[in-house]
Design a protein around this ligand. Sequence first.
Ligand code: C2E
Ligand code: MG
Ligand code: MG
Ligand code: MG
Length: 284
Amino acid sequence: HAKNCGKNNAKLYSSSLTMQIMSHVRLEVGLRRALQNDELYLLYQPQLDVRSNEIVGVEALVRWRHAERGVVSPNEFIPLAEETGLIVPIGEWVLRTACNQARHWQKLGRRPVRIAVNLSAKQFKDENLSQIVLSALHDTGLDPRLLELELTEGTLMDDAKATLATLEQLRGIGVYLSIDDFGTGYSSMNYLKRFDVRALKIDRSFISGLPQDSENAAITRAIIAMAHGLKMIVVAEGVETGEQLVLLEEYGCDLVQGFYLGRPAPPEAVTGMLQKLWVPVAAR
Ligand code: C2E
Ligand code: MG
Ligand code: MG
Ligand code: MG
């Protein structure tokens, strides 16, 4: 009887494993077609300059509208895109679409808005990266100074020499660089000094417990002090409450991003925000 049971378990296990693999394969096949089927789209999340109360930047965040599954989160399909190499064409599409949108906003003519685009490690290592960035800028007519590329600590720490060369190429084009999810990966302070990085984005995990969590408050203040000492600006991610915003302003944080200011939204929804000063929820 015990033997039977084990067998059944093995069968159960293997069939659920098979199902997992099949679902993975299906997702991969779907992702291959997503681009040509027009199933990818971008949402945009505003970044507020705490001192001027203006939206000065917008982060582009990709979504996949899947025929059966509905909207698939990038946390689910970006790793798959990385594994399969699909991240390169997908990333290029994201870059072009975002630059085009930023150019459109720029033509509306108010103050300039910087667009931030996430780059995954594999894109960063692609030898055609600077060519892809250059042609996206050229074809859309976007000023390179209005494009910011977000990299993670992991991407930067990988291979010092190649990393430095790529960063120099990108800076040569005139685009800006920022470090995303700062504080969650490995970073050498020595690197921060050598890389020409405009901004550190403090990871949401440090912000979410504020103002109560005194350890995260200490870390947040330390990151801000260090960044300013190195002539970088600081963006706080994941700001969800007015209290957090007030505290971050007190700490001297430069930009904030999070649900409190606005969730990632379609471009038309963001356009309105770019044209006026930001007003706190309580005062609306
Ligand atoms: P990320 O670059 O750190 O983007 C911030 C994520 O936090 C976004 O999740 C955003 O929706 C979410 N977020 C923003 N404010 C808040 C808040 O106040 N509270 C909470 N709980 N969450 C907030 P999203 O859009 O699901 O993206 C997840 C990750 O997927 C991104 O993290 C980024 O690493 C990656 N990703 C998104 N779009 C792209 C892309 O076009 N290319 C690449 N390579 N990666 C992307
Ligand atoms: Mg990001
Ligand atoms: Mg982040
Ligand atoms: Mg991230």
